[in-house]
Every structure is written in structure tokens, then in C-alpha cells.
Write a protein that binds this ligand. Structure first.
Ligand SMILES: [Fe+2]
Ligand SMILES: [Fe+2]
Length: 297
């Protein structure tokens, strides 16, 4: 069969459409829209594998319109205000199931956050997209580990309510890749580095070694995610001739980042690329509050 050669005027459109179809950023947006958690995790991991083996590449300059209803998520869990989520004792299986569910929800959001960085921000170097696809694939792995463990407690993702704080910061920083790097990986994910050791200790104390071992895998990978956040935050600061410390303080203030509170995991934060001045500033926050003198002193 003889095909007609495309007219000159149709060429750019055809190549644009082909580009769009093959672009890993388009595929990241499709995975972000996926509502079924199992399909989302499978698509995310397959996407990173395709980028690694060269069958998909990123087009940094491709502008993608934002569809309504991001991120794709299942009908359950019900999303509620953080203050409505009670704390339960780690000593009961139900309490541990609630904790595992909360961690799974964080990982589900983290998949979405990493995919969002890939599709949304144009004009970054190819490594930026590859880094965030790697993060997305690792978050998908964390989610699947936690959901498998939750199943051993006879629960599924969606059984308990959850809050939406992580996606909220994603929304606030949708127009600014520098703020996204400052406030999502370097602030929210970095808080996860601090939170991990005490949670792990409580699980171990309760005799749940299997869940504690999952926390070890997550902490190891999360150090890498924060390192990636630091890498791209500093890159953008360099590009713009900005001082990273003053810029972080300005952005944290402008976007109402949560106030940092100790105890901090200094070792993990150092491995994740925070510099000595940043660690020293945190050490100041970590210092115990001075004891107020008793009234009759
Ligand atoms: Fe994670
Ligand atoms: Fe992460």
C-alpha cells in the first residue's frame, strides 16, 4: 500500500503527537490520574523501568495541560482533618494496623508528588525527570510493602480515614519548581527522616519485627529522595544566583511551611545532603527549652 506523504503543514502536528505519546512525562501524568492504587503502582514502576531501558524518554519542553481531578485516588480512604485522626497504642494489633495504614497513605501521596514533579515542570535537565521517576517507583514499592503488611493484619488501604496535608503542599507549590523542591522533599520528606526512628522503635517494642524491617527499607530510600530534593533545590538556586539558606527561609515563610520541630535525625539529614550550617540551625531548634524558674525561687 502506498501512503501519501504528509503535507508540510501536518508534519509538526504529527511529530508533536508522536512525541507526546512516547514522552515519559505524558505517561507520568497518566499514572498520576490513575485512581486504582494497584494499577498506579504498577504503571509507575513500569514507567521507570521503561526510562531505564531507553524505551521511553522525557521531552523537557512539552507543555501538558492540567486535567481536572488530580491526583487520581480511590474513593476510600475518607479524607478528614488531621486533628480528627486519633492516636492508638502500638501494643494492640488494631493500633499497629492504623499506623501501617497511615504510612501507606503517606507513600500513596508520595507516589503522586513525585509523578507531579515529572509532568508539571518544564525545561529542567533530563536527570531531573529521571530522578523523580526513580523516586515515584520507590514510593510505589514502599506503598506495596506496607499494603502487603497491612493485609497480614486483615486490612486494606482505605479501611481507615486519612488526611491530605501532603497533597496540599503540592497544590500550593504548583507554579514554582524551586518552592516545590524546597518544601516537599527538603521539608516534608525530610520530616519523615526524623519521624522514622521513633516509629520503628515503637514497632519493635511491640514485637512487630516485620513492620520495623519495612521502616528500615523506607528510611534508606527516603534519604535518597531528600538528597534528590537538595540536589535540584541547589541547582535552581545556582541557576538563579540565589543564596540557598536565605531562599529556603523566604519560601518556608511565603508558603506557610510547617514549623520544624525536633528531635531531628541528624545522621540521616547529613546523608541526605543538608549542609553543616543547616544542621547547626536545626540543632538550635532541637535544644531543650530552658526550664522556667519555680515561682518561689
Ligand atoms: Fe516513601
Ligand atoms: Fe520519599
Amino acid at each position: 500500500m502506498i501512503r501519501a506523504a504528509p503535507s508540510a503543514s501536518s508534519m509538526p502536528l504529527a511529530s508533536n503527537a508522536a512525541n507526546r505519546a512516547r514522552c515519559a512525562r505524558t505517561a507520568a501524568l497518566a499514572a498520576l490520574r490513575e485512581t486504582d492504587p494497584v494499577a498506579k503502582t504498577a504503571a509507575t514502576r513500569a514507567l521507570y523501568a521503561a526510562v531505564l531501558d531507553g524505551s521511553l524518554a522525557c521531552s523537557p519542553d512539552l507543555e501538558l495541560g492540567e486535567p481536572a481531578g488530580l491526583p487520581g485516588r480511590p474513593e476510600r480512604p475518607e479524607l478528614v482533618e488531621p486533628r480528627k485522626l486519633g492516636r492508638r497504642s502500638m501494643q494492640s494489633p488494631q493500633g499497629r494496623a492504623v499506623l501501617l495504614h497511615a504510612l501507606a497513605h503517606i507513600e500513596f501521596n508520595a507516589i503522586n508528588l513525585a509523578l507531579d514533579a515529572v509532568w508539571r515542570f518544564t525545561g529542567m535537565p533530563a536527570d531531573f525527570y529521571a530522578d523523580w521517576l526513580k523516586v515515584a517507583a520507590e514510593e510505589a514499592y514502599h506503598f506495596s510493602l506496607l499494603v502487603a503488611r497491612l493485609a497480614e493484619y486483615d486490612h486494606v488501604y482505605g479501611d481507615f480515614p486519612a488526611h491530605d496535608g501532603l497533597w496540599d503542599m503540592c497544590e500550593r507549590t504548583r507554579g514554582d519548581v524551586l518552592a516545590r523542591m524546597a518544601l516537599v522533599p527538603r521539608t516534608l520528606e525530610a520530616r519523615g527522616l526524623d519521624a522514622s526512628p521513633p516509629i520503628r522503635a515503637r514497632l519493635q517494642q511491640a514485637g512487630d519485627q516485620a513492620s520495623a524491617a519495612i521502616l528500615d527499607v523506607i528510611l534508606r530510600d527516603e534519604i535518597g529522595h531528600v538528597l534528590i530534593g537538595n540536589r535540584w533545590f541547589r541547582y535552581l538556586c545556582d541557576q538563579g544566583g540565589l543564596d540557598p539558606h536565605a531562599t529556603y527561609t523566604r519560601l518556608a515563610d511565603q508558603y506557610h511551611a510547617p514549623k520544624l520541630r525536633g528531635p531531628f535525625n541528624f545522621e540521616a539529614r547529613r546523608d541526605a545532603g543538608f549542609d553543616e550550617a543547616e544542621l547547626a540551625a536545626l540543632a538550635g531548634l532541637d535544644a531543650p527549652a530552658p526550664v522556667a524558674p519555680a515561682e518561689d525561687d
